[in-house]
Design a protein around this ligand. Structure first.
Ligand SMILES: C[S@@+](CC[C@H](N)C(=O)[O-])C[C@H]1O[C@@H](n2cnc3c(N)ncnc32)[C@H](O)[C@@H]1O
Length: 198
């Protein structure tokens, strides 16, 4: 139930001081490969640390998030950082993705498998997709996230419909200490959703 989920996430963000969080180490590791202009979409982006980092790099960023509290925190973070974010209160389990085309879509630490099928429709031709999520092996060291939020080991490549994987890893990540599947993928420049970028 997404209403319950919203409440749960709101309470969680309310309990945490909105201390500035570092942008994702994985995202930063891709720095040289990510666009600096165009539109980006951060899915379930929480309090906006990754979205602000992308915006500071020059992207026009939309943050789609379930939690109102996270969105308010993201608004504050963006103000402090001197960047503008488009903030979208969205339940990704029941509402469609905002219209693209996006040059970059980021989804970190959030898993809703049906989303993958929509990505080619909102990515620009050649647009990039960055995704990371812990896998079931993570339970060997960490009780959280619980199994229902985890990818199965080896599952990520099977979810990438209509996208071309540029780099994909599944291992214990030094930066997070977690067992994560991570991918940088792109929508091919020519596919059934349309031709090359104008
Ligand atoms: C583990 S946090 C990850 C936040 C951020 N991406 C990060 O890596 O720090 C998961 C996020 O997903 C959001 N979320 C959960 N269910 C959602 C839904 N149905 N639609 C949109 N966002 C959702 C939560 O509010 C939370 O901010």
């Amino acid at each position: 139930m997404s209403h319950d989920d919203r409440q749960r996430w709101n309470e969680r963000y309310q309990q945490q001081a909105p201390a500035p969080r570092e942008p994702s180490a994985f995202l930063r590791s891709l720095e040289d490969r990510l666009p600096r202009t165009g539109r980006a979409l951060d899915l379930a982006g929480g309090p906006g640390h990754d979205a602000c980092w992308l915006a500071k790099r020059g992207l026009d960023v939309t943050l789609a998030e379930l939690s109102d509290v996270a969105l308010t925190q993201a608004e504050g973070l963006a103000r402090e950082a001197g960047v503008a974010l488009a903030l979208l209160r969205l339940d990704l389990e029941v509402e469609p993705l905002p219209p693209g085309p996006f040059d970059l879509v980021v989804c970190l630490n959030y898993l809703w498998r049906p989303l993958f099928a929509s990505l080619p429709q909102v990515l620009a031709p050649g647009g990039l997709f960055v995704f990371a999520q812990p896998t079931r092996s993570n339970l060997r060291k960490h009780p959280h996230p619980s199994a229902r939020f985890l990818l199965e080991d080896g599952e990520l490549p099977t979810l990438l419909q209509g996208l071309q994987s540029l780099s994909i890893t599944e291992d214990w990540a030094e930066d997070s200490g977690r067992h994560e599947a991570r991918v940088l993928a792109c929508r091919p420049s020519k596919d059934r959703h349309g031709g090359a970028r104008p």
